[in-house]
Ligand binder design. Structure first.
Ligand code: ZN
Length: 420
């Protein structure tokens, strides 16, 4: 078990502690209470004894607007915005960021501003006697736990429903889906009775659950064999996901660009066209997607075509490397800034689904073209992005065995966790 710790977080702790279920339950209760208590009324609460005003950023708020409301002059506002910008705070996120304004007395001007741009960082600005604003950033200490959740697919279930029932938070579930989609096909590989599990991080600050961190391992008993993936940090510090054998699990392309989208028509060399009526090949896969669903690029690459034709409607074609291209058709519109020549990342939104061209209803028609030939996106063998060299593979296999031991322990002790 010590091994897991060393690999997961080599610098901080020296041992793994398996803590008791009772503690986790207590913390969970506390979270509910502490998150509910302040509520929406927190905005602009003035506490008389501290002369502190806490503002929760609302949609439409600007930093200078909020500063102006606190009676700060134009010159001061410009200076504060400049200092904040040089400390990495340039924009505000509605409903998430908080700003505290502190005064010596209720009538005196603001002399301290605390911006909380993330639960893990505080930026403090203090005004000195000369009127200059000094900045100090504080990183909030966090405790991280590895939590294990597992579930089973029931009749008529989707993976999403089964995951929610297993208590996996929606954000974690979306990440799990993203990962598994590289190695399995949710249309063909999922059946009732299959089991899945995930080991992921929960971050705590002073005993309060704040957010969830990385996924450390996932497993799915798919129809075509058990899919397992592990997050692993290489010697050079780069992080990737690997299968049981240590081969890169993240592929250069995704088989299903839109998460959780149902396949409505598969790749066929011959099929009766729903609009044209006669038989012709279906060179891609259709995914159900209501109009306006964001379409992410299946892989990193460069846009080589963006336009309209009578069959595809609005479409984007992306070249990923020497041999692979992908095409996305029937879009209602293109994403801003996506033009011929634009370099895109894997997962970057390139457009929005629709029903333009020869189409019977809103969906995404997705094609993979390999060496100039259309291939079935759901079955084509895709190259891995990141494989391990011999030295890293050896480390990975040791780590993986240790982690598997931890997972096995947690699977028979469902309410325990690993302190990282
Ligand atoms: Zn199609």
């Amino acid at each position: 078990m010590k091994k897991v710790k060393e690999y997961l977080n080599p610098s901080v702790l020296t041992k793994i502690i398996i803590a008791l279920a009772v503690l986790l339950t207590l913390v969970a209760c506390f979270v509910v209470v502490s998150h509910r208590a302040p509520g929406a009324a927190e905005k602009n609460v003035v506490s008389a004894d501290t002369c502190k005003t806490v503002v929760v950023v609302a949609s439409g708020d600007t930093l200078s607007g909020l500063l102006s409301k606190q009676g700060l002059s134009h010159t001061q506002i410009n200076e504060i915005v400049r200092v904040l910008k040089s400390n990495g705070v340039s924009g505000l996120r509605a409903d998430r960021d908080k700003i505290e304004f502190v005064r010596a007395t209720a009538e005196s001007p603001v002399n301290k501003i605390v911006v909380i741009p993330s639960p893990w960082r505080m930026v403090e600005l203090t005004c000195d006697d000369t009127g200059a604003w000094k900045c100090n950033t504080v990183d909030v200490e966090r405790d991280t736990r590895a939590v294990y959740k597992s579930g089973v697919i029931l009749d008529g279930d989707s993976f999403y429903l089964a995951g929610m029932r297993a208590g996996i938070p929606a954000g974690v579930l979306a990440d799990v889906y993203d990962l598994l989609a590289f190695e399995m096909d949710f249309e063909r590989d999922v059946r009732a009775g299959q089991r899945f599990s995930v080991l992921y991080e929960e971050n705590f600050s002073s005993g309060t659950h704040v957010d969830n961190g990385h996924i450390l391992a996932v497993s799915f008993d798919a129809l075509r064999g058990n899919v397992k993936m592990y997050r692993f940090k290489k010697k050079d510090g780069s992080v990737g996901f690997y299968n049981e054998k240590g081969d890169g699990a993240i592929k250069s392309l995704k088989r299903t660009p839109i998460n959780n989208a149902k396949v409505t028509s598969s790749f066929q060399t011959r099929r009766k066209h729903p609009v044209l009526g006669f038989t012709r090949a279906h060179k891609g896969v259709d995914f159900r997607a209501p109009t306006g669903t964001p379409i992410p690029s299946a892989g990193a690459g460069r846009v080589v075509k963006r336009g309209y034709n009578s069959g595809h409607g609005n479409f984007v074609r992306i070249r990923h490397n020497g041999s692979f291209e992908t095409l996305y058709a029937h879009m209602s519109r293109f994403a801003k800034g996506v033009n011929v020549g634009t370099v895109v990342k894997q997962g970057q939104i390139i457009g929005y689904s629709g029903s333009t061209g020869l189409s019977t209803g809103p969906h995404l028609h997705y094609e993979i073209i390999k060496d100039g030939k259309h291939v079935n996106p759901l079955t084509v063998k895709l190259p891995a992005i990141n494989n391990l060299d011999d030295a890293n593979k050896k480390r990975f296999l040791e780590y993986r065995r240790a982690l598997d031991d931890g997972i096995e322990y947690l699977s028979s002790h469902p309410n325990m966790f690993i302190v990282l």
